[in-house]
Design a protein around this ligand. Sequence first.
Ligand SMILES: Nc1ncnc2c1ncn2[C@@H]1O[C@H](COP(=O)(O)OP(=O)(O)OP(=O)(O)O)[C@@H](O)[C@H]1O
Ligand SMILES: [Mg+2]
Length: 378
Amino acid sequence: MTNKSEKPLILIIDDEEALRDGCRQVLEKCGYAVLTAEQGIEGINLAREHVPDMAFVDLKMPNISGMEIIEILSRDIPDIVLVMITGFATIVSAVEAMQKGAYDYLPKPFNPDQLRALTKRGLDHRNLKIETRKLREEKDQMEKNFITFVSHEMRSPLVVIRQYIEALNEIAGDRFDKDVREIIERCRKRIQSLEEMVEHWLDISRIENGTLAQQKVSLSLASIISRSVEEMTPICRKRGISLETNIPKKLPQITGDAESLVRVFTNIIGNATKYTPGEGKITVSAQHDEYYTTASIADTGMGISPDKLSLIFEPFFRCGGKNEKHSGSGLGLTFCKKIMESHKGCIAVSSKEGEGTTFVLTFPAQINPARKASGAIS
Ligand SMILES: Nc1ncnc2c1ncn2[C@@H]1O[C@H](COP(=O)(O)OP(=O)(O)OP(=O)(O)O)[C@@H](O)[C@H]1O
Ligand SMILES: [Mg+2]
């Protein structure tokens, strides 16, 4: 049950009855709804049930301490404003409470004016926080819609321009001198990567709104890997990189869309070829246990610095920014992550600069009807 009343709901957790009653009277007079709890566990349960806007928590209570309550409530109820009440406010305890998620602290004894002022300030802070988050979400959505709109509009003219360039090359290519042919080829490549970026973005928005055609069937991960490796072998050979696989003979079937999964593997192997120097090695391996089937793609390339590692799945992020040596739009890994999520799986990365990068794709094991029927849950 959540707080349905229009009034802001305030929870007081304090083992002193007089303090609870005093706070209740003051706050109810201000037009707030008030809940009180004498004990920490009771307070946590009330908070989980009624989702208050703000809670005052006594630091010193029997059984569970105020600090622990603050930690639990700030984790469980994201927008709650928490205030620690304390009889012996020390800087250390105040800092600790703030670190655990408290907004402020109220030293005992306090008067009604102080309580009213802090409550109003806390609730204003909460409203501002919620408002800011909503605006940020709206802004993100508008940006996404805008990019999707522009991508749609750009797609047809891009295809037409590329076809004209190709036609020009075919009709009159041999009449141009080398310099002109080079310029035309550069135009063609640039248009092609723009086209690929538009397609990538549209695919990502299709996954997000559930309109990317995906046929989820039972399939062999080994065959997805071998199809992907076959596709990527020529480019590896061209770059002098060895591409090896290490797949156990008996790998369980997974549930997925073959085309999307091949694209996930080719994207990751493609990245590995871009960011691994010649003589390097890419190894694709797979393993499984009762619960998961995983595939790893490891390279011996340049690696990714720790501060950038958490950003590489963000749209348009590229470690080298505008100076990135290799062409690309920074959408490949965003696409892979979305595809993995649509398979109820996940993608993880670990890397060491100068040594290499490993991507791990995890797929949930298929539910075995025989095991389920026997009720065998270990
Ligand atoms: N194997 C890797 N080794 C080192 N850096 C990598 C590796 N894979 C990805 N990165 C870094 O992560 C960034 C994001 O990768 P992502 O595949 O999303 O984009 P991209 O390859 O730059 O462009 P796109 O895939 O859209 O053509 C890359 O630009 C690169 O900086
Ligand atoms: Mg890529």
